[in-house]
Design a protein around this ligand. Structure first.
Ligand code: ADP
Ligand code: MG
Length: 683
């Protein structure tokens, strides 16, 4: 210990032996300020150095600990000075190669001494060798082979694993001083915080198993901290009052009269939930989950009309331009009979048009606006914004929602997603949102048969299309996603278009892609919609929004390149009529492991819930939930999938903690989220 006050969990990191000003600054930059912060800097992996491997068992590529007798030491003075050491253990021999040996150490390397070392084996000039292993003389009184697993810590430039291990060894005895915020709130057999930390840092008995209670104790606390962080961000929003959006509902009834179908029971139910929220001065924070094609847009329309009837404006945001345009089209079509205009703000607006819309929004002449993030940029002001609707919630984090609320008054918020997150998970990561679920599809949907096929069978497929077209059916042909280049994607679409036009002389084949002008795209879509066009070749622009019940075949080229969510969205375009529908997933062999798994999932399930869960497993929760949920992607102990069972108890645990000891929240947030709060303004 350094001179001065005794080390405590609250001491600054600079109080640790071996932490000078430069290293202290590096630690600060990692958000590690106090000794206790180091305790929560947990290993990302472990190595087992306890077992000594007989040299006869060693193979190239292995990482292993060995112990043996030094046979000889050869000092080579070439361009690069080095030492070659031969080591034997009775079962075999090997060589060590070292490039620098300090004077004091050099004296120890003598023939006949026993040496312990650990490193990776490779094939050298004279058989197996280790380059620069970690080592210790094994024939001294204070030598002790490792008793625990050796931890590896996430690090930064200039801090070695040895640094971490030495510092944390000093900090660990203080683990029992840490406040136990959850004392008395957990089942009695849960280990203490101190035991949990020792277990994770030392990996006693083996790599900590996910189900080990000591690991679970920490995972539980970490999940709780994230939950509390989201909740407190939400609570900050909820302090302000929102306008009460109430009305007799005449506008909605009027709208329903001109709609060619009636809402499903599930739609009715969630519309009821939303209208109840909108009628209160507490701002609505609601997440609407509904599978592809379940009719979320209609629910959004109901909410919008409620706001309008109360004399407020509504803004509807989609994550991409194409989706935003489709929303605009749908709303324009639905609302024009009611005499309600729809404005649109996207990156592509010409500036004159944009200025006009901005003025109308600011002066309250325009009540409904759709768009992309452009909606909430600076310079967009609303006269009376009462409701914000966001499509595809999981791409939209708490921080973005907060920005949006800085647009003057506090609007009600409805976020919609087709990606069902398991309920327990949703309650934890969207702790500030209430959940509505559309659990029923509109009537008349038929199950889609899904076939996975190599692209070598394309000709056979085109034959089959000829028969289908002859029978009066319509077909979607979706072209590969080429992430790197829109031009390449366009070329691929044009090739398929030419090929299909030639192969199907009796059919009208159309082409739509992102580069078409709005009017051209609309004309092609309208021809397909009306049935005068039988085959629609498209880039993935048709992902959402297209609705042609007579289309009974969808072919997706290079399906191996698409993610599960996108494949599921696309497939949702067929199976909307009475005819039996098929979705053909063409792939280009060979199929890599994850792509194969994705296609297998698509073939075996049509349930958005099952598919989303698989998607999360394949991509990992961080990626699945979107990069913006940064806090979640960086959990240290917990794993949203593996620890799903723990999630269920978190909201209740949070309630009990808040009731007993609200002051504990700050400590928990600091402990687990430290300097890298991913949730907006958390106190
Ligand atoms: P999503 O939930 O994927 O956003 P949409 O809102 O795009 O789904 O709806 C999919 C299709 O179902 C649209 O063509 C829509 O008009 C239609 N639809 C919505 N609700 C109903 C209903 N109650 N009855 C029949 N069709 C409906
Ligand atoms: Mg939708």
């Amino acid at each position: 210990m350094k001179a001065g006050a005794p080390l405590t969990a609250d001491s600054p990191v600079s109080a640790l032996r071996g932490v000078g000003p430069a290293l202290a600054e590096r630690l600060e930059r990692m958000g590690l300020h106090r000794v206790q912060d180091l305790l929560f800097h947990l290993p990302s992996r472990y190595q087992d150095r306890r077992h000594i491997h007989p040299m006869a068992d060693l193979r190239p590529g292995m990482e292993a600990a060995v112990e043996g007798e030094i046979l000889d030491v050869e000092h080579l003075r070439g361009r690069r000075e080095q030492w070659l050491v031969r080591l034997a253990d009775g079962s075999g021999q090997m060589q060590l190669r070292l490039f620098h040996l300090h004077g004091a150490m050099r004296g120890q390397w003598r023939r006949g001494r026993r040496l312990w070392c650990f490193g990776e084996l490779r094939t050298g000039f004279h058989g197996l060798e280790m380059v620069h292993p970690e080592w210790a003389m094994a024939d001294t009184a204070d030598f002790q082979a490792p008793q625990h697993l050796t931890p590896f810590y996430p690090s930064t430039e200039g801090i070695t694993q040895l640094h971490w291990r030495r510092w944390i060894a000093q900090a660990l005895p203080l683990a029992d001083q840490l406040p136990d915020y959850l004392q008395g709130l957990l089942p009695p057999l849960m280990p203490s915080m101190g035991d949990g930390l020792r277990f994770l840092h030392q990996g006693e008995g083996g790599t900590p198993a996910p189900a080990h209670p000591a690991r679970q104790r920490l995972a539980l606390e970490e999940l709780l901290a994230h939950h509390l962080a989201v909740r407190s961000a939400g609570a900050a929003e909820c302090g302000a009052a929102a306008p009460k959006l109430q009305g007799p509902g005449a506008l909605w009834r009027h709208f329903l009269q001109q709609l060619p179908f009636a809402p499903t029971r599930a739609q009715e139910r969630v519309i009821g939930e939303i209208r109840r929220d909108l009628g209160r001065s507490r701002p609505m924070r609601r997440l609407l989950q509904g599978d592809v094609g379940s009719g979320k847009t209609l629910v959004a329309a109901a909410a919008t009309l409620t706001a309008l009837e109360a004399g407020y404006q509504a803004a509807f945001m989609a994550p991409t331009e194409i989706l935003a345009e489709q929303l605009r089209d749908r709303f324009a079509q639905w609302f024009s009979p009611l005499g309600i205009g729809v404005g649109h703000l996207a990156g592509r607006n010409r500036s004159g048009e944009r200025r006009g819309i901005l003025r109308d929004l600011e002066e309250g002449r325009l009540a409904v606006v759709t768009g992309t993030q452009a909606l909430f940029q600076e310079g967009v002001a609303f006269a009376r914004l009462g409701l914000v609707i966001i499509d595809e919630q999981h791409r939209f984090g708490v921080e973005q929602r907060r920005q949006l609320q800085e647009k003057g008054s506090m609007p009600h918020l409805l976020v919609m997603t087709a990606t069902p997150i398991p309920r327990t998970l949703a309650m934890t990561i969207h702790a500030d949102l209430e959940l509505s679920v559309i659990d029923e599809l509109p009537p008349g949907r038929t199950p889609v048969e899904t076939v996975v096929m190599p692209d070598s069978r394309r000709a056979e497929l085109v034959e089959r299309m000829r028969d289908l077209v002859g029978a009066g059916r319509q077909i979607y042909w979706v072209c590969p996603l080429i992430e790197e280049s829109e031009i390449l994607q366009l070329r691929a679409a044009e090739e398929s278009f030419a090929e299909l036009s030639a192969a199907l002389p009796n059919a009208r084949v159309g082409l739509v892609h992102g580069r078409l002008k709005g009017a051209e795209k609309a004309a092609a879509m309208a021809a397909f919609q009306s049935g005068s066009m039988q085959v629609l070749v498209a880039t993935t622009v048709i992902e959402v929004g297209v609705d042609v019940p007579n289309a009974s075949l969808m072919v997706i080229e290079h399906a191996e390149r698409l993610g599960l969510a996108q494949l599921h969205q696309l497939r949702g375009r067929v199976g909307r009529g009475a005819a039996k529908s098929t979705c053909i997933l063409l792939y280009h062999p060979p199929l890599a492991g994850k792509a194969r798994e994705r296609l297998r999932v698509m073939r075996s399930s049509q349930d958005g819930f099952v598919i989303a869960r698989k998607d999360m497993e394949l991509r990992g929760p961080g990626e699945f939930l979107g990069t913006r949920q940064t806090g979640l992607a960086q959990m240290r102990v917990a794993d949203l999938l593996r620890d799903e069972a723990l999630l269920a108890g978190i909201p209740d645990l949070a309630e009990r903690l808040l009731a007993r000891d609200p002051a504990a929240v700050e400590g928990l947030l600091h402990r687990w989220l430290g300097g890298r709060l991913g949730y907006g303004q958390v106190a």
